[in-house]
Design a protein around this ligand. Structure first.
Ligand SMILES: C[S@@+](CC[C@H](N)C(=O)[O-])C[C@H]1O[C@@H](n2cnc3c(N)ncnc32)[C@H](O)[C@@H]1O
Length: 228
C-alpha cells in the first residue's frame, strides 16, 4: 500500500468521475448522514467560516453550504480532477475551491472557525502533520472534525465486513469505476489504519482539547473531533 502523494493523487484523479456513485454504493447511501453529523459537530457560528480539507468532489462542502448559508465555505484538495467534478455540481458557486496539500495548507494561522475532513487522514503519510495543519489554521475555540474508515473491531459482524471490504468493494470498483486497484487500496488502507483511540490521541498530540468520537456502520466509520 503506497501512500506516496503522487500515487494517491493519480489514483483519485483516475476515479474522480465515478467517485460519488461508488461511495453511495459502498456505504448503501449512508455516507451523507455521516457528513451531516460531521458538520453538525463542527457547528460554525453565523457568518463564520469553515474549511473542508481533501474536499474531493465536494460532498462535505456542498452540504456545509446548504446547512450553513451564512458561513463562508472554503474547500481544497490536491487532486485537480476531483475538484473539477466538484466545480460541475449544483451549488458549487457558493464555495471557494482550491488546490492545496492538506500537509501544507496555504492559509494563515487562525483563519477558520471550523475545519472538517472526510477520508483524508487514512490517505496521508503523516496524519499528525495533517491534524497539526488543521489546528494551525483553526481559530481558538473552533473545532477540527474528521470522518474516516477505521478497521472493524472484533464482533460477530467482522467476517462479513471483511468479505465486503476485501471482495465486494474491489469487484464494484472493477465493474463500476473500471479500476479494481483503486478499490483494493481502500480495504488495504483501512485494515492498516488506526483505531478511534489512536486517532484521537493524535488529535490530542496536535494540540486539540475536549476530544471525542462517535462510530457508525458496525463501528467502521469514525467521526472524531477536538477543540482548539
Ligand atoms: C476518499 S476521498 C474523500 C473526498 C471527500 N472528502 C469525501 O468526503 O468524499 C480522499 C481525498 O483526499 C484527497 N487527498 C489525499 N491526500 C491529500 C493531501 N495530502 N492533501 C489534499 N488532499 C488530499 C484525495 O485527492 C481525495 O480527493
Amino acid at each position: 500500500m503506497n501512500k506516496d502523494p503522487k500515487t494517491v493523487q493519480e489514483m483519485f484523479g483516475k476515479i474522480a468521475g465515478r467517485y460519488d456513485f461508488m461511495n453511495t454504493l459502498m456505504t448503501m447511501g449512508q455516507d451523507q448522514s455521516w457528513r451531516r453529523f460531521v458538520l453538525k459537530t463542527a457547528n460554525p457560528p453565523q457568518n463564520g467560516s469553515l474549511l473542508d480539507v481533501a474536499c474531493g468532489t465536494g460532498p462535505m462542502a456542498l452540504m456545509a453550504a446548504a446547512m450553513y448559508p451564512s458561513v463562508k465555505i472554503t474547500a481544497v484538495d490536491f487532486t485537480e480532477n476531483m475538484v473539477r467534478v466538484a466545480l460541475g455540481r449544483p451549488g458549487c458557486e457558493k464555495i471557494s475551491w482550491g488546490i492545496a496539500d492538506g500537509l501544507a495548507l496555504p492559509f494563515p494561522d487562525a483563519s477558520f472557525d471550523a475545519v472538517t475532513s472526510g477520508y483524508l487522514i487514512r490517505n496521508v503519510p503523516d496524519p499528525l502533520k495533517a491534524f497539526q495543519e488543521q489546528t494551525r489554521v483553526l481559530k481558538p475555540g473552533g473545532k477540527v472534525v474528521c470522518l474516516d474508515t477505521c478497521p472493524p473491531p472484533d464482533s460477530i459482524f467482522k467476517p462479513a465486513i471483511m468479505v465486503h471490504m476485501k471482495y465486494v468493494i474491489p469487484l464494484l470498483g472493477q465493474v463500476v469505476a473500471k479500476n479494481r486497484s483503486a478499490y483494493e487500496y481502500l480495504p488495504d488502507t483501512t485494515a492498516n489504519f488506526m483505531n478511534p483511540r489512536q486517532l484521537i490521541s493524535l488529535m490530542k498530540q496536535a494540540g486539540l482539547k475536549n476530544i471525542g468520537f462517535r462510530q457508525f456502520m458496525f463501528n467502521t466509520q469514525t467521526v472524531a473531533w477536538g477543540t482548539k
